[in-house]
Design a protein around this ligand. Sequence first.
Ligand SMILES: [Zn+2]
Length: 299
Amino acid sequence: MADHPRFGPAGVPPSFRIVKAGLSDVPKLLQQEGLDAFEYEAVRWGRKPQIRREDAEQLGRAAKENDVWLSLHGSYFINFCGNKRIVEASKERLIACAVAAEWMKAHVVVFHPGFYGGNSAKQAFDKCLKALEETIETLHSLGIRNVKLGPETMGRRFQLGSLDEVMRLCEKIDQTQLVIDWSHLHARGQGQLRTVGDFRSIVERVEARLGREAVENMHCHFTKIEFNRNGEKRHHILEERRYGPEFEMLAKVVSEFKLKPVIISESPILDIDAMRMRDILQREWSRSEVNRANCDTFF
Ligand SMILES: [Zn+2]
Protein backbone atom coordinates (compact mmCIF):
# COMPACT_ATOMS: atom_id res chain seq x y z
CA MET A 1 0.00 0.00 0.00
CA ALA A 2 1.33 3.41 -0.89
CA ASP A 3 1.86 5.68 2.12
CA HIS A 4 0.72 8.87 0.38
CA PRO A 5 -0.51 9.87 -3.08
CA ARG A 6 2.19 9.03 -5.60
CA PHE A 7 2.75 10.02 -9.22
CA GLY A 8 4.82 8.67 -12.07
CA PRO A 9 4.94 7.86 -15.78
CA ALA A 10 3.87 4.77 -17.75
CA GLY A 11 7.22 3.85 -19.24
CA VAL A 12 10.51 5.64 -19.63
CA PRO A 13 10.01 9.36 -20.41
CA PRO A 14 11.39 10.51 -23.80
CA SER A 15 13.73 13.04 -22.16
CA PHE A 16 15.41 10.21 -20.21
CA ARG A 17 16.06 8.40 -23.46
CA ILE A 18 17.69 11.49 -24.94
CA VAL A 19 20.29 11.50 -22.15
CA LYS A 20 20.70 7.74 -22.80
CA ALA A 21 19.64 6.75 -19.31
CA GLY A 22 19.67 3.04 -18.58
CA LEU A 23 16.66 1.40 -16.96
CA SER A 24 18.27 1.42 -13.53
CA ASP A 25 18.87 5.21 -13.82
CA VAL A 26 15.14 5.86 -14.20
CA PRO A 27 14.18 5.90 -10.48
CA LYS A 28 16.87 8.47 -9.65
CA LEU A 29 15.84 10.71 -12.55
CA LEU A 30 12.22 10.46 -11.45
CA GLN A 31 13.19 11.37 -7.91
CA GLN A 32 14.99 14.44 -9.26
CA GLU A 33 11.71 15.47 -10.86
CA GLY A 34 9.91 14.96 -7.55
CA LEU A 35 8.06 11.88 -8.83
CA ASP A 36 7.74 8.68 -6.83
CA ALA A 37 6.13 5.98 -8.98
CA PHE A 38 7.05 4.17 -12.18
CA GLU A 39 5.07 1.74 -14.31
CA TYR A 40 7.37 -0.54 -16.26
CA GLU A 41 5.86 -1.33 -19.66
CA ALA A 42 5.84 -5.04 -20.50
CA VAL A 43 3.02 -4.50 -22.97
CA ARG A 44 4.54 -6.41 -25.91
CA TRP A 45 5.72 -9.42 -23.98
CA GLY A 46 4.99 -13.01 -24.97
CA ARG A 47 5.37 -16.14 -22.88
CA LYS A 48 8.76 -15.34 -21.37
CA PRO A 49 9.95 -12.30 -19.42
CA GLN A 50 11.72 -10.00 -21.87
CA ILE A 51 14.03 -8.55 -19.28
CA ARG A 52 17.03 -10.25 -17.71
CA ARG A 53 16.55 -11.15 -14.07
CA GLU A 54 19.61 -9.16 -12.98
CA ASP A 55 18.33 -6.04 -14.81
CA ALA A 56 14.92 -6.40 -13.18
CA GLU A 57 16.52 -6.81 -9.76
CA GLN A 58 18.74 -3.80 -10.35
CA LEU A 59 15.70 -1.70 -11.26
CA GLY A 60 14.03 -2.91 -8.06
CA ARG A 61 17.00 -1.89 -5.93
CA ALA A 62 17.22 1.54 -7.59
CA ALA A 63 13.50 2.06 -7.06
CA LYS A 64 13.82 1.25 -3.38
CA GLU A 65 16.82 3.54 -2.92
CA ASN A 66 15.01 6.42 -4.57
CA ASP A 67 11.62 5.77 -2.96
CA VAL A 68 9.89 5.01 -6.26
CA TRP A 69 6.81 2.76 -6.20
CA LEU A 70 7.01 0.14 -8.94
CA SER A 71 4.22 -1.40 -10.95
CA LEU A 72 4.32 -3.28 -14.24
CA HIS A 73 1.89 -3.00 -17.14
CA GLY A 74 1.31 -6.52 -18.42
CA SER A 75 1.16 -7.76 -21.98
CA TYR A 76 -1.58 -6.42 -24.27
CA PHE A 77 -1.81 -9.93 -25.71
CA ILE A 78 -4.10 -11.26 -23.02
CA ASN A 79 -7.66 -12.40 -23.58
CA PHE A 80 -9.20 -14.38 -20.77
CA CYS A 81 -12.52 -14.61 -22.65
CA GLY A 82 -11.17 -16.38 -25.76
CA ASN A 83 -11.04 -20.08 -26.67
CA LYS A 84 -9.00 -22.54 -24.63
CA ARG A 85 -5.81 -22.05 -26.62
CA ILE A 86 -6.00 -18.26 -26.31
CA VAL A 87 -6.77 -18.42 -22.59
CA GLU A 88 -3.85 -20.77 -21.93
CA ALA A 89 -1.44 -18.52 -23.85
CA SER A 90 -2.85 -15.49 -22.01
CA LYS A 91 -2.23 -17.14 -18.65
CA GLU A 92 1.38 -17.82 -19.60
CA ARG A 93 1.89 -14.20 -20.65
CA LEU A 94 0.44 -12.84 -17.43
CA ILE A 95 2.56 -15.28 -15.41
CA ALA A 96 5.73 -14.16 -17.26
CA CYS A 97 4.85 -10.58 -16.30
CA ALA A 98 4.26 -11.55 -12.67
CA VAL A 99 7.60 -13.40 -12.53
CA ALA A 100 9.43 -10.27 -13.73
CA ALA A 101 7.39 -8.15 -11.32
CA GLU A 102 8.52 -10.43 -8.49
CA TRP A 103 12.16 -9.92 -9.56
CA MET A 104 11.65 -6.13 -9.49
CA LYS A 105 9.58 -6.28 -6.30
CA ALA A 106 6.87 -4.41 -8.20
CA HIS A 107 3.58 -4.25 -6.33
CA VAL A 108 1.10 -4.91 -9.10
CA VAL A 109 0.82 -6.24 -12.65
CA VAL A 110 -1.85 -4.20 -14.43
CA PHE A 111 -3.62 -6.07 -17.23
CA HIS A 112 -6.48 -5.83 -19.72
CA PRO A 113 -8.81 -8.77 -19.00
CA GLY A 114 -10.12 -9.50 -22.51
CA PHE A 115 -12.79 -9.05 -25.16
CA TYR A 116 -16.41 -10.17 -25.00
CA GLY A 117 -16.18 -11.61 -28.56
CA GLY A 118 -19.08 -13.97 -29.19
CA ASN A 119 -19.78 -14.41 -25.46
CA SER A 120 -22.55 -12.86 -23.45
CA ALA A 121 -21.21 -10.48 -20.80
CA LYS A 122 -21.87 -13.16 -18.17
CA GLN A 123 -20.08 -15.92 -20.08
CA ALA A 124 -17.13 -13.63 -20.71
CA PHE A 125 -16.96 -12.70 -17.04
CA ASP A 126 -17.14 -16.32 -15.88
CA LYS A 127 -14.34 -17.35 -18.24
CA CYS A 128 -12.21 -14.45 -17.08
CA LEU A 129 -12.83 -15.25 -13.42
CA LYS A 130 -11.82 -18.88 -13.91
CA ALA A 131 -8.67 -18.01 -15.86
CA LEU A 132 -7.66 -15.46 -13.26
CA GLU A 133 -8.19 -17.94 -10.42
CA GLU A 134 -6.02 -20.49 -12.23
CA THR A 135 -3.32 -17.88 -12.85
CA ILE A 136 -3.23 -17.02 -9.16
CA GLU A 137 -2.95 -20.73 -8.30
CA THR A 138 0.07 -21.01 -10.59
CA LEU A 139 1.62 -17.92 -9.01
CA HIS A 140 1.23 -19.54 -5.60
CA SER A 141 2.89 -22.72 -6.85
CA LEU A 142 5.81 -20.50 -7.94
CA GLY A 143 5.90 -18.89 -4.51
CA ILE A 144 4.71 -15.50 -5.82
CA ARG A 145 2.43 -14.01 -3.20
CA ASN A 146 3.43 -10.37 -3.03
CA VAL A 147 2.65 -9.35 -6.59
CA LYS A 148 -1.00 -8.44 -7.09
CA LEU A 149 -2.82 -8.81 -10.39
CA GLY A 150 -4.68 -5.65 -11.35
CA PRO A 151 -7.57 -5.88 -13.83
CA GLU A 152 -8.02 -2.43 -15.36
CA THR A 153 -11.19 -0.55 -16.29
CA MET A 154 -11.24 -0.56 -20.09
CA GLY A 155 -12.14 2.20 -22.52
CA ARG A 156 -13.88 0.32 -25.31
CA ARG A 157 -17.32 -1.19 -25.09
CA PHE A 158 -16.27 -4.51 -26.62
CA GLN A 159 -13.65 -5.04 -23.89
CA LEU A 160 -14.45 -6.70 -20.59
CA GLY A 161 -13.63 -4.08 -17.98
CA SER A 162 -16.55 -1.96 -16.81
CA LEU A 163 -16.10 -0.61 -13.29
CA ASP A 164 -18.61 -3.18 -12.07
CA GLU A 165 -16.79 -6.10 -13.72
CA VAL A 166 -13.40 -5.04 -12.42
CA MET A 167 -14.78 -4.61 -8.90
CA ARG A 168 -16.43 -8.03 -9.10
CA LEU A 169 -13.13 -9.68 -10.06
CA CYS A 170 -11.40 -7.97 -7.14
CA GLU A 171 -14.21 -8.97 -4.80
CA LYS A 172 -14.02 -12.63 -5.75
CA ILE A 173 -10.27 -13.16 -5.98
CA ASP A 174 -7.56 -12.48 -3.42
CA GLN A 175 -4.22 -11.04 -4.49
CA THR A 176 -5.92 -8.64 -6.88
CA GLN A 177 -5.61 -4.86 -7.02
CA LEU A 178 -8.31 -2.51 -8.29
CA VAL A 179 -6.97 -0.49 -11.24
CA ILE A 180 -9.05 2.50 -12.25
CA ASP A 181 -8.18 4.08 -15.55
CA TRP A 182 -10.26 7.26 -15.24
CA SER A 183 -9.84 8.14 -18.90
CA HIS A 184 -11.13 4.73 -19.91
CA LEU A 185 -14.18 5.14 -17.67
CA HIS A 186 -14.81 8.53 -19.25
CA ALA A 187 -14.49 7.17 -22.80
CA ARG A 188 -16.53 4.02 -22.17
CA GLY A 189 -19.25 6.13 -20.57
CA GLN A 190 -19.27 8.64 -23.48
CA GLY A 191 -17.86 11.45 -21.37
CA GLN A 192 -19.48 10.51 -18.06
CA LEU A 193 -16.96 12.32 -15.80
CA ARG A 194 -18.21 15.91 -16.04
CA THR A 195 -18.42 17.11 -12.45
CA VAL A 196 -16.70 16.57 -9.12
CA GLY A 197 -19.85 14.68 -8.14
CA ASP A 198 -19.27 12.19 -10.98
CA PHE A 199 -15.82 11.35 -9.59
CA ARG A 200 -17.16 11.28 -6.04
CA SER A 201 -19.89 8.81 -6.92
CA ILE A 202 -17.30 6.38 -8.35
CA VAL A 203 -15.18 6.63 -5.22
CA GLU A 204 -18.29 6.04 -3.12
CA ARG A 205 -19.29 3.01 -5.19
CA VAL A 206 -15.83 1.49 -4.75
CA GLU A 207 -15.87 2.15 -1.02
CA ALA A 208 -19.36 0.68 -0.59
CA ARG A 209 -18.42 -2.44 -2.53
CA LEU A 210 -14.78 -3.16 -1.68
CA GLY A 211 -14.24 -1.20 1.53
CA ARG A 212 -12.11 1.63 2.78
CA GLU A 213 -8.75 -0.02 2.19
CA ALA A 214 -9.45 -0.71 -1.49
CA VAL A 215 -10.66 2.80 -2.18
CA GLU A 216 -7.78 4.38 -0.32
CA ASN A 217 -5.23 2.39 -2.30
CA MET A 218 -6.54 2.58 -5.83
CA HIS A 219 -3.99 2.19 -8.56
CA CYS A 220 -4.94 4.75 -11.21
CA HIS A 221 -4.18 5.77 -14.75
CA PHE A 222 -5.02 9.29 -15.86
CA THR A 223 -4.81 11.26 -19.12
CA LYS A 224 -7.20 13.27 -21.20
CA ILE A 225 -8.94 11.15 -23.79
CA GLU A 226 -10.70 11.39 -27.12
CA PHE A 227 -13.50 8.93 -27.80
CA ASN A 228 -16.13 7.95 -30.34
CA ARG A 229 -19.26 5.88 -29.89
CA ASN A 230 -17.22 2.70 -29.34
CA GLY A 231 -15.20 4.39 -26.63
CA GLU A 232 -11.50 5.21 -26.37
CA LYS A 233 -9.77 6.66 -29.42
CA ARG A 234 -6.62 8.50 -28.35
CA HIS A 235 -4.83 9.89 -25.28
CA HIS A 236 -4.13 13.63 -25.03
CA ILE A 237 -2.04 15.85 -22.78
CA LEU A 238 -3.63 17.55 -19.76
CA GLU A 239 -3.38 21.00 -21.30
CA GLU A 240 -5.58 19.99 -24.22
CA ARG A 241 -8.80 21.89 -23.53
CA ARG A 242 -11.05 20.07 -25.97
CA TYR A 243 -10.99 16.78 -24.08
CA GLY A 244 -11.80 15.52 -20.59
CA PRO A 245 -11.72 14.37 -17.91
CA GLU A 246 -10.33 17.18 -15.74
CA PHE A 247 -7.73 16.10 -13.21
CA GLU A 248 -8.69 18.99 -10.89
CA MET A 249 -11.97 17.19 -10.18
CA LEU A 250 -10.26 13.94 -9.20
CA ALA A 251 -7.80 15.94 -7.06
CA LYS A 252 -10.72 17.45 -5.14
CA VAL A 253 -12.17 14.03 -4.38
CA VAL A 254 -8.77 12.52 -3.45
CA SER A 255 -8.29 15.39 -0.96
CA GLU A 256 -11.83 15.19 0.35
CA PHE A 257 -11.60 11.43 1.04
CA LYS A 258 -7.90 11.59 2.02
CA LEU A 259 -7.00 8.84 -0.42
CA LYS A 260 -3.45 7.75 -1.23
CA PRO A 261 -3.64 6.47 -4.78
CA VAL A 262 -0.76 5.72 -7.08
CA ILE A 263 -1.53 7.80 -10.18
CA ILE A 264 0.24 6.86 -13.40
CA SER A 265 0.36 9.32 -16.29
CA GLU A 266 -0.24 7.72 -19.67
CA SER A 267 -0.17 11.07 -21.41
CA PRO A 268 1.97 11.54 -24.52
CA ILE A 269 4.22 13.70 -22.30
CA LEU A 270 4.47 11.14 -19.55
CA ASP A 271 6.49 12.63 -16.69
CA ILE A 272 5.61 16.25 -17.49
CA ASP A 273 1.91 15.55 -16.96
CA ALA A 274 2.69 13.41 -13.90
CA MET A 275 4.37 16.46 -12.34
CA ARG A 276 1.46 18.66 -13.35
CA MET A 277 -1.03 16.31 -11.66
CA ARG A 278 1.15 16.15 -8.54
CA ASP A 279 1.16 19.96 -8.34
CA ILE A 280 -2.60 20.17 -8.83
CA LEU A 281 -3.19 17.63 -6.05
CA GLN A 282 -0.74 19.35 -3.70
CA ARG A 283 -2.58 22.65 -4.18
CA GLU A 284 -5.97 21.04 -3.70
CA TRP A 285 -4.79 19.07 -0.66
CA SER A 286 -3.38 22.16 1.10
CA ARG A 287 -6.56 24.07 0.36
CA SER A 288 -8.72 21.35 1.89
CA GLU A 289 -6.34 21.13 4.88
CA VAL A 290 -6.73 24.85 5.50
CA ASN A 291 -10.47 24.45 5.26
CA ARG A 292 -10.33 21.70 7.82
CA ALA A 293 -7.84 23.70 9.94
CA ASN A 294 -5.77 20.58 10.13
CA CYS A 295 -2.06 20.79 9.50
CA ASP A 296 -0.95 17.21 9.03
CA THR A 297 -0.40 16.59 5.39
CA PHE A 298 0.79 13.74 3.24
CA PHE A 299 3.21 15.94 1.36
ZN1 LIG B 1 -3.73 -0.39 -19.62
